[in-house]
Design a protein around this ligand. Sequence first.
Ligand code: NZQ
Ligand code: ZN
Length: 389
Amino acid sequence: MNDFTYHVPTKVIFGRDTELQAGEAVRREGGHKVLVLYGGGSAVKSGLLGRVTGSLSGAGLEWEAVGGIRPNPLLGFAQQTVDGHRDAGFDFVLAVGGGSVLDTAKAVAHGLARPGTPIWDYYLGRAEVTASLPKGSVLTIAAAGSETSDSAVLTNEATGEKRGLGSERNKPQFAIMNPALTCTLPPRQTACGIADIMMHTMDRYFSVDTDNAFTDAVAEALLRTTVEYGRAAMADPADYKARSEIMWCGSLSHNGLTGLGQPKDFSPHALGHELSGMFDIPHGESLSIMWPAWARYVVGSGPARFARFGRNVWGLAREDDAACAAAAIAAVEGYFRELGMPVCFSQAEMGVQSDETLRELARRCSYCGSRVVGRFQPLREPELYEIYL
Ligand code: NZQ
Ligand code: ZN
């Protein structure tokens, strides 16, 4: 087991009607004036935004709500929100929504704490996040895990770059998680969330140092649970038990627990971000497309690991590692298809791509040849191109 530091400071408030505790939760964290951020309208339509702001008012807090954050959230929106609110005295940022709203809230919280620093500087590594406002969320979709994660992802609409930012200051103070709120999700968003939850653990599981019995057991249990209850939520969107299981898996999948003691890989995420940056496809779909291609490219670097994954997650009984590994990849691909997810470019809203575009994707993913992606099998620009192919 490699050395590690594990710090998950986010208070989780889980269960029915917990959104009504938003005001108290902010007050306990010392907030007085709250900038509430939300997305394209689902939280307004469902009445959730009204319940949350009612709870803030009930706790004696001032608030202002700003909506319009879109999936694959944009740098421009976050920067404009900072510029327009920098002198207004906000001391807490509350996200009502999913990963896109949360990631915007994280960026806005950093921006309001240090308005002189352009937000994108943090994502390019030109500045370090040394201050941020406290932040929390009322989560409406089980997917990105941003509610307890140390990362935040934005797309720079001027360049098409989708970049992640890792920082301890990205970890929210609290996460309010009412699984019933996710029952209104359209099937496509439920499916995207299931794929993303699986991938946050799988991108840790396929690692180079894997001598971690407990970490592996937790990872495999989380994946089995997500597969089982993902099916149940797709079959019956109002199944509270299923929604609860996948919501909890969503948080634990991306707060480090399922990869403790080993380096992360995250190549499929890196490959997928370029697809979303260039074609604006949902994050979950970028992963269901890239994982099978990545897995078939790298399986030779660790067939025993893929075989173990097949036996312990998918219940495969084959003795031969190579055959079991191939069957495991097919099982994941089959499950994604069952969810209605695309597993190749032609099935997504981006169509078949020219060779020139595939080369451009590889160039961007390798940061113009300056970075090597992943650990399970380190990938440079030529290998990334082969995978996109
Ligand atoms: O905008 P509204 O109208 O709310 O609709 C949203 C949006 O269209 C809808 N939705 C959310 N909750 C709903 C609902 N519709 C009906 N009922 C509800 N209860 O779902 C759509 C997708 O929302 P979004 O927030 O984009 O989804 P998700 O949570 O999957 O977030 C995706 C973003 O998170 C990033 C992704 O790259 C992507 O930009 N990620 C963030 C991570 C992190 N911060 O740790 C890690 C992930 O790997 C990921 O990269
Ligand atoms: Zn993800």
